[in-house]
Structure formats: C-alpha cells, structure tokens
Write a protein that binds this ligand. Structure first.
Ligand SMILES: *Cc1c(COP(=O)(O)O)cnc(C)c1O
Length: 392
C-alpha cells in the first residue's frame, strides 16, 4: 500500500522545492515587455544578485540552465587553442571541461576522484611549472553535486597568488549559491556561474554569470552576439538584457525568491543550511555503525550543506529511492555520475527546506531501510531530533 498522497518532498539536488510564494508570483498574465513594471523589476534583480554572490562584479542573466552559464563563462573568456585547467572532484567539473573542449580549448584535468576535495599541493605544482602562462583559466566547482564535496575556493586563490599565476579563477556555484557561504570578491574569484533552480528556489530556466574587470579584459575569440555578456550587463535597450524576449515569469519568481532570502537574512540562510546538514550527518553516522551505508565525504569540513551523497551498495540505492518515492512521497536523488549508479543515492536539502522536512525525510529513509531489510545502526532518528533541539 502507498502512503504517498499528500505534499511531496522533492529531495533531489535541484530542481529544489519551489516555495508557494514563488509559484504565486509566477501565476499571472504576461506583462508588457516594452515598458513598465517588468523593466523596474529586472533592474532590481541586479544589485540583489551581486549581494548574494558578495561581489561588486557585473552579472549577466541568461535564459538557460546551468550548462548555459558554463558556456557563457567560457565563450566570453577563452580563445580556440587556449588551455584550461579542470580540477575535477566529481561529474560536474568534468562536464564543464568537456564544454571547454567543445569550444576549442585544450583541457588539462587533475582528477581527485569522487571522495576528495581539490588537493592544493598538486595545483600549485602544475601552475608553478606553467612558466609561460599557457593556462588561461582554472575551473573549479564550489560544491560538486554528484559527490557532495565542497572545495575551498579561497585557498585555491591563495595558491594561484602564491605562484603568481595569471589564470582566471572560475567557480561553479550552481549547487551552493544561497546555501553554502561563498564570497566572490573576498575569495578572489574572477568568474562565477549559478542557476536559479537550486538555492534560489525558482523553476529551472535562467542562469547567471558574474565576472570582474579582469575576466572581461581577457575576452577571447569564441564569443558570439548571443553569449556576449557586455550588452547584457550594460544594456542600452531593455531587450539586450536577454538578447530577445525576457523570461518574464522567471523574473517575477526570482524577485520573490530573492525577497525571501533577504527577509531571512543571508547569514541565517547559510546557518539554516549548515545546521540542517549537521542533523542529516548525525542520522547517517548512526545508521553507518552497522551495514553498508555511509556518507560519501568522510571529513565534515569538506561536505556541502546543500546536498549529501551516500554510498549504500548496489542495488540498495535504487531500491531505497523507489521505496521512499512510491510508498512515502519522498524523492531522493540518483547516484549521478557514479558507478554502479545504484550503489549510491543523494539527499537534496537546498533552498526552501526546514527542520520538519528533514525529520520527515530521515524518518522515511529509516522506514525504507527497515522495509527493504538493509542493515543499519540504531538510534538515528532520536539523535537527529536531539540535534535539532540543540540547534534550533
Ligand atoms: C546542477 C548543476 C549543474 C548543471 O546545471 P543544469 O541546470 O542541470 O544545466 C552544474 N554544476 C553543478 C555544480 C550543479 O549542481
């Protein structure tokens, strides 16, 4: 029998749970795109997008998903034949590197596997050897959503400065913006990309590229009219923000999502994600005392606060996901980019998520472990409840 009727929890790491306020803001007739409210609303997004990235840099908005922002970041900065250094800690940075190769770049990859953060000593060695400055850009993901590893972007910049390497530092914050603390300017990031459907709680469809003057000056030969970030950030006419019709309803939704983040306060948003992540880790630590299940990233300092990747052994990953979804209305994430994929699953806890949703998700996972006879340690749920009580 299924007990899944009721409000579902889409606990995949993006798209994330969309707040009712955002949905309501989008439920309207199309506005006039030539003048009036939409123009003011669009202009109002720009300072708030800079604030959430903690930067004075420009931000360009694209109609597209995270992949579009990846392409935009590269198209504006690299030329055919340039070398980019990819620091891979999961599927996503590898994907960004593949996109760079598609644009004609030479891609060098340091692959740290699926359970470790970027190793800075190796980066330092590679950059120090590059005396003639062949490497045009260093590509890193802040949080790799496939492994749930969080990389130390500020320390990566320190290493680049220490060896005096001129490459651009480009960061993918698609899974971390509005969840894990990120400070673009203080951390010395030249280009940052994000989408709207994860920490920003809006349906997939628009994405963003923040870039500083150094990145703009690096301009390569791959940029085309559509991807050019200059008219989008300095539009003479409104249509240049998007090089065509504006993503009208997404802009209303994003306005509301940013207002919600402002009302809660960015520091509180970060703290909520951190505390809820700790609650989740507490439960998994208890379950891991017996049986096959354990967190993918061992060191809490290197774990995302927005997504948690779990190793459980094949075929338990898929079995548990299906059980939780069809019996209880909780949708967990697939073992994306992992092999075998059904030996893993992920819990998305980004954006519009609170303590009772997390307790519901953890209780559902425990029910699934019991129903499927997957061995696990005891006491996870009461430990999670205690962790909430201690933090709330
Ligand atoms: C989701 C995600 C992407 C891809 O975004 P799409 O919107 O699916 O194109 C890229 N990088 C990271 C870190 C992500 O989490």
């Amino acid at each position: 029998m299924s007990l899944s009727q009721g409000r579902a929890y889409l606990a995949i790491p993006g798209p994330s749970v969309i707040p009712d306020q955002v949905l309501r803001a989008m439920h309207r007739a199309s506005p006039n795109i030539y003048e009036g409210e939409l123009h003011e609303l669009t202009a109002s997004l720009v300072p708030d997008l800079k604030e959430i990235a903690m930067t004075d840099s420009d931000v360009a908005i694209y109609i597209g998903n995270g992949h579009a922002a990846w392409e935009a970041a590269l198209a504006n900065t690299i030329s055919a034949g340039d070398t980019v250094l990819v620091l891979a800690t999961g599927r996503f940075c590898i994907g960004w590197g593949e996109m760079a190769a598609g644009l004609g770049a030479k891609v060098e990859t340091i692959d740290y596997g699926a359970q470790s953060p970027i190793g800075l000593a190796q980066v330092e060695e590679v950059l120090a050897k590059d005396k003639e400055g062949r490497i045009k850009a260093v590509l890193a993901v802040h949080v790799d959503t496939s492994t749930s590893v969080k990389n130390d972007i500020a320390s990566l910049r320190d290493v680049m400065d220490r060896v005096g390497h001129p490459a651009l530092l480009m960061a993918d914050c698609i899974a971390s913006l509005g969840c894990d603390r990120f400070e673009m300017d203080a951390w010395g990031v030249d280009v940052m990309v994000a989408g709207c459907q994860k920490g920003l709680m809006t349906p997939a469809g628009i994405s963003f590229v923040w870039f500083n003057a150094k990145a703009d000056a690096a301009r390569g030969d791959r940029v085309t009219t559509y991807w050019d970030w200059r008219p989008r950030t300095n539009p003479e006419f409104y249509f240049q923000y998007f090089d065509g019709t504006a993503p009208t309803h997404h802009l209303y939704g994003l306005r509301t999502a940013l207002d919600m983040i402002k009302a809660e306060g960015l520091d509180n948003v970060f703290a909520r994600h951190e505390k809820l992540a700790q609650v989740i880790w507490t439960a998994f630590d208890h379950w891991a005392t017996e049986g096959p299940m354990h967190l993918n990233i061992a060191d809490p300092a290197h774990r995302s606060h927005a997504v948690t990747s779990v190793s459980i052994g094949a075929p338990h990953g898929d079995a548990l996901r299906h059980w939780c979804e069809h019996k209880c209305g909780l949708t967990l994430g697939i073992g994306l980019g992992r092999s075998p994929a059904d030996a893993y699953f992920r819990v998305g806890h980004m954006g519009h998520v609170n303590a009772h949703m997390i307790m519901g998700a953890l209780g559902t996972i425990e029910a699934g472990l019991n129903a499927l006879n997957i061995p696990h340690g005891q006491g996870a749920l009461s430990a999670a409840a205690q962790a909430i009580a201690a933090r709330a």
